[in-house]
Write a protein that binds this ligand. Structure first.
Ligand code: MG
Ligand code: MG
Length: 237
């Protein structure tokens, strides 16, 4: 999973570098495909319930699961890039949100707080804590900054499949309180925060998740292993 994680980190690097005004989301997907083929990795996104690309590209009011297409990015956009890879049957999954050129202060703050909420959640992913502590860390960061948390989509266990038990909500739940974190657990934590209302709907393509009020969203995700020495983020370069 470390090897798969490094491939995903490289996808983030090259996709973020390719993200600028005038580029289409399909072109970013092509860049990601190049990394998979150079590294001998398979895609866990392509063909997943029929998904047609190796990354999800989710600009502005799109929360997650956006399909790369001929959409041209413009200065001031923000876009989330969700990437995944399989090496020798083992999966990794991670997302970043990046600015397209210069962006407004509110959007920059949204990106910053969403990244910080993931970092705070990772800090809680240690033996003796529960998944409620992980979700609670996201909740505390989002609330303090005045952003909302999307609740319809959650993080997940990951291993020989992209989505395994347990669910990892980005808020405290009673089920999470009962789930003690043990060494060997590997999860994808993925907070999604919004500027306005956190309510979402799925567009007619069956994939694209947007905010109902059209406000912007940000999404960060890492694949993290629990070790005796603490959390090990597998999707870092
Ligand atoms: Mg995920
Ligand atoms: Mg993902």
């Amino acid at each position: 999973m470390r090897r798969a994680g490094r491939v995903v980190a490289e996808m983030h690097e090259v996709c973020a570098a390719a993200t600028r005004p005038g580029v289409t989301t399909a072109e970013i997907d092509q860049v990601a495909r190049g990394v998979l083929s150079r590294r001998g990795a398979r895609s866990n996104f392509l063909g997943y319930h029929g998904f047609p690309a190796v990354i999800c590209t989710s600009p502005n009011e799109v929360v997650v699961h956006g399909i790369p297409d001929d959409t041209v990015l413009v200065e001031g956009d923000v876009i989330s890039l969700d990437c995944g890879a399989i090496i020798d049957g083992w999966h990794a999954d991670a997302a970043i949100t990046v600015p397209v050129g210069d962006i407004d202060d509110k959007s920059a703050r949204l990106i910053e707080v969403t990244r910080e909420s993931l970092d705070a959640a990772i800090d809680q992913l240690t033996v003796g804590h529960t998944l409620a502590d992980v979700g609670g860390a996201v909740e505390a960061k989002a609330e303090a900054a005045g952003f909302e948390i999307v609740r319809e989509y959650v993080g997940h266990g990951i291993g020989t499949a992209m989505h395994e038990a347990p669910e990892v909500p980005n808020y405290r739940t009673s089920r999470g309180r009962r789930h003690r974190i043990r060494t060997g657990l590997v999860v994808a934590i993925e907070p999604m925060l919004t500027v306005g209302s956190p309510g979402t709907e799925v567009l007619e393509d069956g994939w694209t998740v947007v905010t109902v009020d059209g406000g912007r969203a940000a999404h960060f995700e890492h694949t993290i292993a629990v070790t005796d020495d603490g959390p090990e983020v597998l999707t870092l370069p």
